[in-house]
Write a protein that binds this ligand. Structure first.
Ligand SMILES: Nc1ncnc2c1ncn2[C@@H]1O[C@H](COP(=O)(O)OP(=O)(O)OP(=O)(O)O)[C@@H](O)[C@H]1O
Ligand SMILES: [Mg+2]
Length: 240
């Protein structure tokens, strides 16, 4: 059975989709089969994975019987993507659970990329998830919304969530311009699973290039998060 993880944040634009795809790539490099279900009606996973050109069906089509479950999966470099319909109309938590069951045996991991906010999109993205990842940048506004998102996910029945602190500039933190890593963990009360540095190559990669490469500053962070998700013990260190 696939391990199912929802990636959420509360506040928008903090890197959920980028991290979902980066982690999927790192998990794939470790030999796993990974499916990403885009639960954001604004859709962006297909762009980062590079499957946009072929895209016809979304998970709404599977739920409403317009296509076979495998027809809605678009694959590139070992990562499967199922896109989000433009409307959630007629879709509920039970249907999301049934949807993910179609893919349970074919993948080691199913990642649900949640939209910003703590409303219906998060509820649907969380419906089938065993565990959560909450993403925060090291600033107060984002930390508060990550904390709220983690609490909402717990109420929705998601098991333990872990925190990723994204877009960390070591210099800003050491100079006291941003919250330090310990403060973010204390404020969210969620256990840390990784710290991803601000990485220009990731930002540029999200415009059609690669976001996970050995020579990138964030490579070790993505790899270590993937290993921890797989249950390996990798000591946490600053920006990794
Ligand atoms: N570690 C990073 N270093 C540099 N840029 C990053 C990093 N993580 C994310 N970004 C950039 O931040 C922007 C927002 O990222 P992304 O779309 O993944 O956020 P999101 O949380 O999924 O947004 P939304 O809430 O709209 O779904 C993108 O331009 C992305 O390239
Ligand atoms: Mg997103």
């Amino acid at each position: 059975m696939a391990k199912k993880i929802v990636v959420a944040s509360g506040k928008g634009g903090v890197g959920k989709t980028t991290l979902t795809v980066g982690i999927a790539k790192a998990l794939t490099a470790l030999g796993n089969r990974v499916l990403i279900i885009d639960c954001d009606r604004l859709r962006s996973v297909d762009l980062l994975v590079g499957v946009t050109e072929n895209l016809v069906y979304d998970f709404g089509d599977v739920i409403f019987g317009n296509c076979e479950p495998e027809k809605a999966v678009y694959e590139n470099k070992g990562i499967g993507v199922i896109s989000c319909p433009v409307s959630y109309e007629g879709i509920d938590s039970e249907k999301m659970k049934a949807l993910s069951e179609h893919y349970d045996c074919d993948y080691n991991f199913i990642l649900f990329d949640a939209p910003a906010g703590i409303g219906r999109g998060l509820e649907l993205a969380s419906a089938a998830a065993d565990n959560g990842i909450v993403v925060s940048t090291p600033d107060l506004v984002c930390v508060r919304s990550a904390c709220t998102a983690a609490k909402e996910m717990e109420k929705m029945g998601v098991g333990e969530s872990r925190l990723i602190i994204n877009r960390v500039y070591k210099k800003d933190i050491t100079k006291g311009r941003l919250l330090n890593v310990d403060k973010v963990i204390d404020s969210t009360m969620v256990q840390l699973i990784g710290v991803v540095p601000e990485d220009e190559k990731v930002r540029l990669g999200s415009m059609g290039g690669e976001i996970y490469k050995k020579r990138y500053d964030s490579y070790a962070a993505f790899t270590n998060i993937a290993k921890r998700i797989c249950g390996q013990y990798i000591a946490l260190s600053f920006l990794k």
